[in-house]
Design a protein around this ligand. Structure first.
Ligand code: HEM
Length: 411
């Protein structure tokens, strides 16, 4: 049971508003302290709101599986640090509740079924081989972020969504600016993020207008969305909003996993040797990397619609809730010695993709991308190594999707 208020004597960091800085690999130490001493606790966020932090694995799962917990950003209690609430007509389905939310899941899910995703494997292999060819033909050291981590997910998104591959550079910059909006250490972050958001939206709008004018809107996701709007299942704004969401959700997330995951692997040569000797270990290693890094660590945010008890704590209707997936993924009660990176541990039940009805719709595609990238990288560049000390790799401390901005490698 939670201790009495008098016995609650938290480390200094607790006096700072939420979020607190993580490193490339590890959550703020305060998470472990809270899991132990005050697993569900009220904090003040950087924009002056109050919200409940939920830190234990079982409690995070309970929150994300409960229909009394909402994703609707329009509700006043929804934690909005770093987030500018969209205009009503700009709200994508990640911020919707059932039954509205289910309309979009039903529309999209077929694009991410195992068979459908597996069909990209050969193209993906050629894409990754090409990127590695160019990298190894160029100068040493190379930046793995620009050579591999950004272009692979960006190109794959262009395939599934149906956006033009040649606009990849624009995408890379715009989505990165958009995701760095929570970085309060940079006074221009929010302004740049809003500009990037407007540019992306205008770009998508133009693509959609082209599809609408065509007799057959096409079989990719944009085409399917345009067709659904024609039938009246969704509105035209929903087509743009869903496209925006897919670009944002599918790009920097996967790019960050590729870059930061490679950094973890390069710091663990023993694991790399094992993976080279037995590539069958890779799928398990990918789940462990997803768990260990939890790069999407400040995105899963909620609000209670009714009074609800979580971990013995009463949360009132209307109050904000932050189910910390990064903390849950490091809970020793669920993953023994959770701070240790171990490719042999069963990690598949992690919350790196969230949990419940909003659980990442693109996860099968993300897993395939990670698999092809690391399988190929380890096989083709046996001498791959960091070109600078791991501590010097620049980390995005407060971005809602954590990551490294460059990863200098050599071979
Ligand atoms: C949702 C993580 C890749 C599309 C989510 C959520 C997380 C997540 C944590 C849940 C948000 C919430 O509950 O509020 C990741 C990670 C990825 C990844 C770690 C890469 C390693 C992708 C890809 C796509 C994608 C490749 C699409 C091509 C989406 C969409 C949602 C989502 C559309 C919203 C789902 C909904 O609200 O029902 N993702 N994602 N993600 N993701 Fe991913």
């Amino acid at each position: 049971a939670p201790e009495s208020a008098a016995a609650f004597d938290p480390p200094e960091l607790f006096a700072e508003p939420f979020p607190w800085p993580r490193t490339a690999f590890d959550p703020p130490e305060l998470y472990a302290w809270l899991r132990e001493r005050r697993p569900v606790t009220k904090v003040t966020t950087r924009n002056g709101q109050e919200a409940w932090l939920v830190t234990r694995y079982d409690d995070v799962r309970a929150v994300l599986g409960d229909r009394r917990i909402s994703s609707d950003i329009r509700r006043p209690g929804y934690p909005k640090f770093g987030v500018f609430p969209p205009r009503e007509e700009d709200r994508p389905f990640i911020w919707m509740d059932p039954p509205e939310h289910a309309v979009f899941r039903r529309l999209l899910v077929k694009n991410f079924l195992a068979r459908r995703v597996e069909a990209y494997r050969d193209r993906l292999q050629a894409l990754v081989d090409g990127a590695i060819d160019r990298m190894t033909a160029g100068e040493r050291p190379a930046d793995l972020v620009r050579a591999l981590a950004l272009p692979v997910p960006s190109t794959v998104l262009a395939w599934v969504l149906g956006v033009r591959e040649e606009d990849q550079g624009f995408f890379n910059t715009a989505t990165e600016h958009l995701m760095n909006r929570a970085d309060f250490t940079d006074p221009h972050a929010l302004e740049r993020a809003m500009k990037a958001g407007m540019e992306l939206r205008a770009y998508l709008d133009q693509l959609i207008t082209e599809r609408e004018a065509a007799p057959d809107p096409g079989d990719d996701i944009l085409g399917q969305l345009v067709a659904a709007a024609r039938e009246g299942t969704i509105g035209r704004n929903d087509v743009v909003n869903s496209g925006m969401l897919m670009i944002i959700a599918g790009h920097e997330t996967t790019a960050s996993m590729i870059a930061t995951g490679t950094l973890v692997l390069l710091r663990n040569p023993g694991h790399v040797a094992e993976l080279r000797a037995d590539p069958g270990l890779l799928p398990g290693a990918i789940e462990e990397l997803l768990r260990y890094l939890t790069v999407v660590h400040l995105v899963v945010l909620r609000v209670a619609t009714e009074d609800i008890e979580i971990g013995g704590q009463l949360i009132r209707a209307g109050e904000g809730v932050i189910p910390l997936n990064f903390s849950a993924n490091r809970d020793d009660a669920h993953y023994p010695d959770a701070d240790r990176f171990d490719i042999h541990r069963p990690a598949k039940d992690h919350f790196a993709f969230g949990h419940g009805i909003h659980q990442c719709v693109g996860q099968s595609l993300a897993r395939l991308e990670l698999r092809v990238v690391w399988e190929t990288l380890l096989r083709r560049i046996p001498t791959l190594g960091l070109a600078i000390p791991a501590e010097d790799v620049p980390v995005k401390l407060f971005s809602q999707i954590s990551g490294v901005s460059v990863l200098p490698v050599t071979w």
